[in-house]
Structure formats: structure tokens, C-alpha cells
Design a protein around this ligand. Structure first.
Ligand SMILES: CC(C)(COP(=O)(O)OP(=O)(O)OC[C@H]1O[C@@H](n2cnc3c(N)ncnc32)[C@H](O)[C@@H]1OP(=O)(O)O)[C@@H](O)C(=O)NCCC(=O)NCCS
Length: 179
């Protein structure tokens, strides 16, 4: 069962590349890491996203060479997220952001904010997506994304089953102007 299938409630949001927040420098001592390795990815993801193997098994739709957005400190991976050129709902023209995670001792330093800006920069550079959607069940992060300019495009209330999820998906497709 994937992480996503475990959610009994989710919100669907989107961030457009048009007018996306300008890239932000990483704090001193941190650097972008091209490939942190699957073991390090698991160490970051497992505690906060049980069942997120679709990322480390490279089974996310629209995987690109620069899908992994990662940050290291002193050569050690401390944060990761994934940006893909397609999304799991079939919303045309949109990629998807998956699983942003920052190690506890590196939280609160702006790493998430820097990663989100960097992943949008990459998505824009691909030239074939208008933005990214993302799915989350977490209240705090939803507020963070909304403050950054994300828009809500759908929800699935607690207790609803697959059929509603599908309705939410087609509603989202209409809202973002896809097929
Ligand atoms: C959520 C998470 C990625 C934030 O990482 P971070 O690097 O500490 O975030 P930043 O330092 O970039 O903070 C960005 C802003 O969001 C705020 N913020 C951070 N965590 C927050 C939370 N859980 N709820 C609400 N606001 C939060 C910060 O105060 C900051 O606000 P500011 O710009 O006004 O100062 C990190 O706490 C984490 O890995 N959590 C577990 C996994 C998770 O929930 N990921 C998101 C799922 S969609």
C-alpha cells in the first residue's frame, strides 16, 4: 500500500510556475546535493511518510533526471523532496511535488522554503508544465503552502472512498483547465 493510499483525508493543491517565488539561497553550510542515495532518502522519508517506497523505487509518474531535490550539510543529506513532470491524477500540464522532508535538527532554517522554490525552478525549466500539484493530509504544511501562494483545488473528506477521490480528481482537472 502506498503512502497515498493510506490517507483517509487529503487536500489537493497546486503551485503554478508563472510568478513562482524567486529562488532562495540555502543558509550557510548547506548545499544542493545531486544524488543522496536511496538509503539516505529512506532515512529521511520513513519516519514521516510510511509507505513512500514509490519514490525510492523510482515509481513516481513523470520521473526526470533532476526529480530529486536534496540538501546536504557537511556532506550529509538533511532534506529531500521530489518533483515530477506528470501527476497521479492525470491533470494535463501539471507535474507533481512529492514528500518534502527535513531532518529534525535542521528544521526551521528555511530548507523547505528553499527546496520548494528550487523544485519550481526546475519544473519551469522543463518547459512543458505549467506548475505542480501536490496532495497532503497535513494541516500545518497546508498553511505553509498556501502562504507561499499555493491554491486549493480539491479535497477528500475523512471516510470517503475511492469514487469520491475520482470525482475530486475530475473536479481538479476542470479547475486547472486540464482535460
Ligand atoms: C514541514 C517541513 C518540511 C518544514 O521544513 P522546514 O525546513 O523546517 O521549513 P522552513 O524552515 O522552510 O519553514 C517555512 C515556513 O513554514 C513555517 N513552518 C515550518 N513548519 C511548519 C509546520 N509544521 N506547520 C506550520 N508552519 C510551519 C516556518 O515557521 C516558516 O515560516 P516563516 O517563513 O514565516 O518563517 C518539516 O517540518 C518536515 O520535514 N516535516 C515532516 C514531513 C512533512 O510534514 N512534510 C510536508 C508534507 S506535505
Amino acid at each position: 500500500m502506498s503512502y497515498f493510499d493510506r490517507l483517509d483525508h487529503y487536500e489537493l493543491l497546486k503551485l503554478d510556475t508563472e510568478g513562482f517565488p524567486a529562488p532562495r539561497e540555502l543558509p550557510a553550510g548547506y548545499e544542493w546535493a545531486a544524488d543522496i542515495g536511496v538509503e539516505a532518502e529512506r532515512a529521511l522519508l520513513d519516519p514521516v511518510f510510511p509507505g513512500s517506497h514509490n519514490a525510492t523505487e523510482r515509481r513516481l509518474a513523470g520521473w526526470r533526471d533532476d526529480t530529486i531535490v536534496a540538501v546536504a550539510h557537511g556532506g550529509e543529506p538533511v532534506a529531500v523532496c521530489y518533483v515530477c513532470a506528470d501527476n497521479q491524477l492525470g491533470i494535463e500540464g501539471y507535474g507533481e511535488l512529492h514528500y518534502a522532508a527535513v531532518l529534525d535538527e535542521h528544521k526551521g532554517k528555511g530548507l523547505w522554503g528553499a527546496m520548494i522554490r528550487e523544485m519550481l525552478r526546475r519544473a519551469k525549466a522543463w518547459g512543458d508544465v505549467r506548475g505542480v500539484i501536490f496532495v497532503t493530509d497535513r494541516k500545518g504544511p497546508i498553511e505553509m503552502y498556501l502562504r507561499m501562494g499555493a491554491q486549493r483545488i480539491g479535497t477528500r473528506p475523512k471516510g470517503d472512498a475511492r469514487p469520491l477521490w475520482r470525482r475530486a480528481a475530475s473536479r481538479a482537472r476542470r479547475i486547472v483547465g486540464g482535460r
